[in-house]
Design a protein around this ligand. Structure first.
Ligand code: GDP
Ligand code: MG
Length: 506
């Protein structure tokens, strides 16, 4: 398929607005799956459940073939997680697309009809990447559907004219044929040459790091060099790491020698293909396409999401900007009941992280000293201390975590940034104060109704229900980010009182 015959899309929606149902209809109408007696397949969800269970692990991406006005097109549907807390994964999936369908429940019976905070959040993520967006007003088969009112809401809030809105019923199939037509006529094909691909990839990191001079360096390089973005990875117990990739330029075929730019290691491509809906080998993937590649990688560390794959013979090109590093939002300290089981626990967590990249863990060789008497003796030869760190920040943070009363709980202070409509400032300040926050800064974003609050908070405080309180008390409108204020390496030694008195008597 030449690029102009390809469309890479996502469906973005608030939960329950009908994303899975619409995906099923699209797959049926393109003959990718056959209509079963039950009618409702939820194909993407099935892949998702399998993935959670680690049975057969698949990325949630499907390639469909569709004939429009006598021409055949390849439409790649890349699924995004349906939960607002996974905004990082959403912007990552959107990184493989040029456009998306914004699905909005237009029924009047539902308590969550119309645009929701989650629809807005994904809409913002898609706009930040410069994606074209087609609003689809769903559930018009219901007697109390009011698509006109929702259409007006979309026009006012998102500034997309009603002439571009589609009225559909994902359940009954009404209007779904128009969706496929609109995808082909109104969403752009992938740009693989000239300024087009550079503009697209420049927006990938959405607020992240596009290296200085990157665009100028791309100008000097050939367009047809292989530049493939690793969008996601999953683990196949027989073939090792499988990478879901989006080819921006160049092409990749079986037998090619490739290298992920971050590690510089070389691999031979053992298999490439598309999801139709299962993994289907194709021998090669061309510029603009989305598919998978297998190249004998054993560990996730070898295939970093956001890294650029290129040919091993290509040296010294500017990599794609990739994505911002992921940030943990939910924390847990895990201990075995019996200390003997520690190794089993470590193995189990290792297996979990192999199948689920959103889980990050640290092994406990770090110790937090809650009392100076517990500080190791300098003559203690049973342990080798690499270095000692001391918390920095404006307040001496208590060594015992107030939230869980465990001394081992991380107490390190973080610098939090909360962006919120001005109506919620008071509520957010109260929340931070309840969590032992110290206000650092308070600014307004020009020409918007948004304020930015900066607070120092103990990590242990945000590791509890802070994030969900933030979401509920701001009605979903607050966005939250943080960085370690941190511990800093410090030159500390244990000083005994008897030494002190000897010193002073001298
Ligand atoms: P998702 O969470 O966005 O994936 O939503 P689902 O596809 O699971 O749909 C949520 C619920 O809405 C299910 O009970 C669907 O059957 C129902 N639904 C989805 N689309 C329509 C529609 O067009 N009309 C009606 N009446 N119900 C729908
Ligand atoms: Mg769903």
């Amino acid at each position: 398929f030449p690029p102009e015959k390809i469309r890479n899309i996502s469906i973005i929606a608030h939960i329950d607005h009908g994303k899975s149902t619409l995906a099923d209809r699209l797959l049926e109408m393109t003959g990718t799956i056959t209509k079963g007696p039950g009618g409702n397949h939820q194909v993407l969800d099935k892949l998702n459940v399998e993935r959670e269970r680690g049975i057969t692990v698949k990325a949630q991406t499907v390639s469909m073939l569709h004939t429009h006005k006598g021409e055949e097109y390849l439409i790649n549907l890349i699924d995004t997680p349906g939960h607002v807390d996974f905004s990082y994964e959403v912007s990552r999936s959107l990184g493989a697309c040029e456009g998306c369908l914004l699905l909005v429940d237009a029924s009047h019976l539902s308590t969550t009809e119309g645009l929701q905070a989650q629809s807005l959040a994904v809409f913002r993520a898609a706009s930040a990447q410069g994606l074209a967006i087609i609003p689809c007003l769903n559930k018009i088969d219901l007697p109390h559907a009011s698509p006109e009112a929702i259409s007006q809401q979309i026009e006012e809030t998102l500034r997309i004219p009603p002439s571009q809105h589609l009225y559909i019923s994902a359940k009954s199939g009404i209007g779904v044929d128009k969706v496929l037509g609109a995808v082909i006529e109104n969403l752009p094909p992938p740009a693989t040459t000239g300024a087009g691909w550079k503009d697209r990839v420049s927006r990938l990191s959405a607020g992240g790091a596009l290296r200085e001079g990157a665009v100028e360096r791309w100008e000097k390089e050939e367009d047809d060099i292989l530049r493939a973005l690793i969008v996601d990875t999953y683990y196949d117990r027989f073939r090792g790491v499988v990478s879901l990739i989006r080819i921006f330029t160049g092409s990749i075929k079986k037998g090619d020698k490739i290298t992920p730019m971050a590690s510089g290691k070389r691999y031979e491509v053992l298999d490439v293909g598309v999801f139709h809906p299962e993994e289907t080998p194709t021998d090669s993937l061309l510029a603009g396409q989305v598919g998978y590649v297998v190249c004998n990688m054993k560990n996730f560390e070898e295939a970093n999401v956001g890294d650029t794959l290129t040919h091993a013979t290509t040296t010294d090109i500017e990599p794609l900007p990739g994505f911002k590093p992921m940030q943990s939002m939910v924390f847990a300290g895990v201990f075995p009941l019996d200390a003997q089981d520690f190794q089993k626990l470590e193995e189990a967590i290792g297996r979990l992280t192999l199948n689920d990249r959103s889980v990050v863990y640290k092994d406990g060789t770090e110790e937090i000293i809650s009392n100076p008497s517990l500080f190791p003796e300098s003559h203690d030869k049973t342990m080798r201390i690499d270095h000692v760190e001391e918390p920095i920040g404006e307040e001496q943070v208590s060594t015992r975590c107030l939230a869980c009363l465990l001394t081992l709980c991380p107490i390190l202070p973080v610098h939090a940034t909360i962006m919120v409509p001005q109506d919620f400032i008071g509520e957010m300040m109260e929340l931070c104060n309840e969590h032992r926050g110290i206000e650092l800064e308070y600014t307004f974003v020009e020409a918007t109704d948004r304020a930015v609050l900066r607070y120092q908070l103990p990590l242990s405080e945000i590791a509890t229900e802070f994030f969900s309180s933030l979401k509920s008390r701001s009605k979903g409108y607050a966005s939250f980010d943080y960085e370690d204020a941190g511990y800093a390496a410090s030159d500390l030694v244990k000083v005994h009182t008897q030494y002190l008195s000897q010193e002073s008597s001298r």
